[in-house]
Write a protein that binds this ligand. Structure first.
Ligand code: PRT
Ligand code: ZN
Length: 308
């Protein structure tokens, strides 16, 4: 079942996803939501597509861009940080572009940031020259530095970057951050975003010219549909008309809302009930912000299907 020479395989699409890590589950969930189902190989490294001719290869995330470049896989789901790092690395040695981001997937969000000693006040142009910066993303960091003409030493490390300053291997770090807790626990403060990252669908720099083009098109359309509705919620609340502009500012991701006057207030001044389809994640924090801004009786309803 598992063919080894993918380069000769032209009738099925093969997607690389992370075997075990932050991106594994959400990648599988997204593909499943797009209607894909599989038969797993015994070693769980290869999933044979049943509902569509789309197979999965489960690998280390760092291998994904290379697998696309080599034609072993057609597409991959990988962090933008990994994809861009390897693109810049290829570029720096004059290799032609072999992969690019096809879609942002909306999960695995994080930021590549500097982590500096807590007592520093950030002044990169004057502070960084001659400093040693530990990172697992040397090409991304080198580009950031050279864009600003800052001569600093890039110390490449494959893991545990955050402890480098304590061990005296570096003066500061440039590392992935989500909550920032790891940096803070190591006496560093996160500052300056070098890259905003999330999982992306990566594909070859050029599209496909055989039957895989049609399969990839179908898959992309389904993924777009799933992503559009994934975080969408119907938000309902009441408020006085006077505070509506302020409330709408808190809802930049909302479609134009339906606004209904509540009984006895048809003079354009009283209270309204409002419903709006929101595409961003409706967190408790956002609901609390809306409440503070004057929304009452807030309700968040799931959206099952949408046909525009
Ligand atoms: O084995 P394999 O090589 O496949 O896995 P991996 O260990 O390289 O990858 P994994 O699963 O750790 O991360 C995969 C991808 O998830 C990364 O390339 C990013 O695109 C994305 N991602 C999202 C993150 C984080 N969030 C994140 N927080 N990757 C790493 N981290 C690290 C961070 O650097 C810190 O050390 O997690 C730690 C906790 O972060 P804080 O800021 O919340 O403390
Ligand atoms: Zn990795």
């Amino acid at each position: 079942m598992q063919r080894t020479s993918a380069a000769t395989e032209r009738d099925r699409l093969r997607i690389a996803i992370q075997k075990s890590g932050r991106l594994s589950e959400p990648a599988l969930a997204l593909l499943a939501a797009a209607g894909l189902s599989w038969q797993e190989s015994r070693d769980k490294l290869f999933y044979y597509g049943e509902s569509l001719p789309v197979d999965l290869l489960l690998v280390r995330d760092d291998d994904i861009p290379g697998l696309i470049a080599d034609g072993v896989c057609d597409l991959g789901m990988v962090g933008r940080n990994v994809l861009l790092e390897q693109s810049y690395e290829r570029e720096s040695r004059g290799a032609p572009p072999a992969f690019r981001e096809w879609r942002a997937l909306g999960f695995g969000r994080c930021r590549l940031m500097f982590g500096i000693p807590a007592e520093w006040t950030w002044a990169p142009e004057t502070q960084l020259p001659g400093k040693r910066i530990a990172t697992s993303y040397p090409a991304l960091l080198a580009r950031w530095l050279s864009d600003r003409g800052i001569p600093a030493d890039v110390v490449t490390m494959s893991g545990s970057v955050e402890i480098a300053p304590r061990l005296g291997q570096a003066d500061l770090v440039c590392d992935l951050v989500s909550s920032g807790a790891t940096l803070v626990a190591n006496g560093l403060k996160p500052i300056e975003v070098v890259l905003d990252s999330e999982a992306v669908l990566a594909g070859p720099a050029d599209g496909f010219s055989d039957v895989r083009a049609g399969i990839a098109d179908l898959l992309l359309r389904r993924l777009d549909g799933v992503m559009k509705i994934r975080d969408s919620k119907l938000l309902m609340f009441q408020a006085s008309r006077a505070v509506l502009p302020g409330l709408m500012q808190l809802l930049p991701d909302a479609e134009p809302p339906t606004v209904m006057a509540l009984d006895g207030h048809h003079d354009g001044t009283g209270d309204v009930a409002l419903q709006a389809l929101c595409h961003g994640v409706m967190t408790w924090q956002r609901l609390e912000d809306l409440k503070r801004a004057g929304a009452r009786g807030l309700m968040v309803l799931p959206v099952e299907r949408m046909l525009a």
